[in-house]
Design a protein around this ligand. Sequence first.
Ligand code: KIV
Length: 285
Amino acid sequence: MAKKKSIIDLRKMKAAGEKITWLTAYDYPTATFGEEAGLDMILVGDSLGMCVYGYPGTTPVTMDQCIVHSEAVRRGAPNTFVVGDMPFMSYQISPQEAVRNAGRFIKEADVDAIKLEGGKRCIPFIRAILDAGIVVCGHIGLTPQSSGQLGGHKAQGRTLESAETLVEDALAIQQAGAQMLLLEAVPPEVAGFIRDLLAIPVYGIGAGMNTDGQLLIVSDIIGQFQAFTPKFVKKYANIAEVVTDAIRQYCDEVRSGVFPQDEHCYHMIKGEYEKFQSMTEKYRK
Ligand code: KIV
């Protein structure tokens, strides 16, 4: 069993040019599979709103939901670096609220770090959480919680102005003391510049190959989430097909009497059947 990574290991991996592997997980079984497969990090993303609860986006997700799912993931992956994702309105109200909710992730779910969306405007919240001794991962580029302000779920940094805003945000997040940064849906040329500019690890989801590691949503790569598939996703399995086929076969077999068979039954203890038969006599008319 590999040892759980620390932020020191993650920084050393950046220095050595060793890429980290990062996926979301929302439940105990997926976390066990991820740890068994050798993931470096797990994000309990607020994408659970769409992937687990079927909401149209992430904004309805609550702190309580994030905590419950983070607890399950921690139980399934005790030796993996787990990041809890601060849901919409869990930090934007005040630095105090931000610390209280980030602290819940640590106290109740034993995560290793929290992630929050936003650049310069989130610096007061990032600072407050860091001052409480909690490891912070910044998240800029396409930030789904504020996608309304971006005009939708659109890639960022594709114009000079937008790219410079990303560079400024990345520098501000590092300067505030955050230990890592996630870039979402950003051109690889901009991501590579930010990775080289920053001393902290810079990871990407939809940010191409020039990052210190990759994050994807587990429900996308295993073909479980059906509503849409972003351009940056590669599918490694089709779980929806496998599970639907299994359920269809089960329905067919129950209806046709093929399932269950004798091997699926608990028989009476030896010698008890004869007694049972005599007992049933009194019920027969
Ligand atoms: O919630 C999540 O899974 C995320 C990723 C999209 C980066 O924040």
